[in-house]
Design a binder for this molecule. Structure first.
Ligand SMILES: O=P(O)(O)OC[C@H]1O[C@@H](O)[C@H](O)[C@@H](O)[C@@H]1O
Length: 290
């Protein structure tokens, strides 16, 4: 597909592994998005330090997901329930997306990416005809919109998550607010958060009723605020030291400087669309410094 006309704030470059990427230099902020996975790997609001974490050991190759930034999990999350051999978190982060539009509006720039079914996806464990449209707006705020359209002749269901990796000064001085009072589930425990979550060890919790969070990153004197809509739940993840060491593409000493807060429609919140229907999920991220 031909590249659409690019405004002055957007450039098409070749990134690591020979993968094409779009570099955005808008007055309100800068960022980079690879066509591989429509993967946002950086966002830095003007005058701030980078807000997204990237692993120094990330792979940049067509058959691997990028580690860090914002992977898109779709059309399933985690291991596929009936087909554990299928790629974890679905095929969207392993696919090459098409850039369909790039525009500038004042201090922000938007990129629109599209993924449609192919012979390969139709032969996968999720064989449906669909279109996914992902709009990334980079400025002083980051706005992500992930829309799915059912182009099939039957209903389909899917899971989706925007798996944002945030850069923090140190897990030991970071607390996540907004989860208190909400039910959580993990492979080893379930319960209700009683207080803001103090990070420090491995965490992998699903919150079926959380849509917003405030990540208080004391070392960097900032709060990262995430607001989502069109989603029911969220996931909080940090691998901790042992799992980080076991993952080849995760920098061994990187886990204390990151936390994932993911906007998600997964499990019982999976979305079902009739033919012709569409669903959109959005996450907006802003940074307050003090
Ligand atoms: O290694 P992956 O496939 O990118 O997944 C990373 C993590 O993603 C999180 O969303 C899951 O809750 C974790 O269980 C998982 O380990």
């Amino acid at each position: 597909m031909p590249t659409p006309a690019l405004p002055p704030s957007v450039r098409l470059l070749t990134g690591p592994g020979g993968l094409p990427l779009l570099r955005v230099s808008a007055a309100g902020g800068t960022g980079e998005v690879f066509l591989h996975g429509a993967h946002l790997t950086s966002w830095t609001p003007a005058g701030q330090s980078p807000v997204l974490w990237m692993s120094d050991a990330s792979r940049f190759a067509e058959n691997s997901p990028i580690r860090g930034g914002v992977p898109i999990c779709f059309p399933w999350f985690g291991l596929h329930a009936d087909h554990p051999e299928a790629p974890q978190h679905g095929f969207a982060r392993l696919s090459t997306w098409a850039l369909t539009e790039a525009s500038e509006h004042g201090p922000a720039s938007s990129l629109v990416f599209r993924l449609s079914d192919t012979e390969q996806t139709r032969a996968s464990v999720w064989p449906h005809r669909f279109e996914a449209i992902y709009t990334v707006t980079i400025g002083s705020e980051l706005r992500l919109e992930f829309e799915v359209v059912n182009l099939d002749t039957v209903d389909f269901s899917f899971e989706a998550a925007l798996h944002n990796y945030y850069a923090i000064g140190n897990v030991l001085s970071t607390r996540v607010h907004g989860l208190e009072g909400h039910q959580f589930f993990s492979s080893s425990a379930s319960g209700r958060e009683e207080a803001p979550v103090q990070l420090g060890t491995a965490v992998d919790r699903r919150y079926p009723t959380v849509t917003t969070a405030r990540i208080e990153d004391s070392d960097n004197h900032r709060v990262i605020a995430v607001a989502s809509d069109g989603s029911d739940g969220a996931v909080l993840w940090n691998p901790g030291p042992d799992k980080a060491r076991a993952m080849e593409d995760f920098s061994d000493d990187g886990w204390p400087q990151m936390v994932c807060f993911e906007t998600a429609n997964i499990g019982e919140s999976r979305i079902t669309l009739a033919p012709g229907e569409r669903h959109s999920m959005r996450a907006t991220v802003s940074v307050e410094t003090h």
